[in-house]
Design a binder for this molecule. Structure first.
Ligand code: SF4
Ligand code: SF4
Length: 168
């Protein structure tokens, strides 16, 4: 399950780059936490294995059920893992004017993250964050999952919308 510290640094760099790009776009957010209630927004938060493992290596995961529709990291309407939250969390803003741009940005950074996983032959799955969290959380801490590049690329799903928006 572990990802190397070098890869963690690469993920941090990607997240920082993304956050800087978003600062310029400034879609606006009052951090109300409503979008972390997935049913309220009728959307799904998708993430990759490498991002979920990065969370698991850095924070304690609270008890959760894999079918729950509120992110387990939402505490008192605030994200308790802000520094380690996934690409999908970072890119999403409820501002409707920003929606189309968000897909482009998401796919650009998704490709960067995928490149780290493929380059390091890390296990790669892409799916609902809570499902992946439940799967990865069960593994032993030293259970390193390396795949051949072929296996990795076969397992890669096409980049899809990071979250399903109302009405889509
Ligand atoms: S993106 Fe919108 S719904 Fe989500 S926390 Fe910010 S203001 Fe609230
Ligand atoms: S990780 Fe944080 S930002 Fe992402 S859905 Fe959970 S509470 Fe919200």
């Amino acid at each position: 399950m572990k990802i190397s510290s070098g890869s963690s640094l690469e993920i941090v760099e990607i997240y920082n780059k993304l956050d800087n790009e978003l600062k310029i776009l400034n879609p606006g957010c009052d951090t109300c936490g409503t979008c972390c209630h997935f049913d309220v927004f009728d959307h799904e938060l998708y993430a990759s294995t490498i991002e979920v493992n990065y969370i698991l290596e850095n924070v304690k995961v609270p008890p959760f059920h894999k079918e729950q529709r509120i992110c387990p990291f939402l505490v008192d309407k605030e994200c308790s893992i802000r520094e380690h939250r996934t690409l999908g969390c970072r890119v999403f803003f409820c501002n409707p004017h920003y929606k189309n741009v968000s897909y482009e940005i998401y796919n650009k950074y998704y490709e960067m993250i995928k490149k780290i996983a493929v380059g390091n032959r890390f296990e790669w799955h892409y799916g609902p964050m809570i499902t992946l969290l439940a799967l990865q959380n069960k593994k032993e801490p030293d259970d390193v999952n390396h795949c051949s590049p072929e296996t990795v690329s076969n397992e890669i799903e096409k980049p899809v919308k990071q979250r399903r928006y109302p009405g889509r």
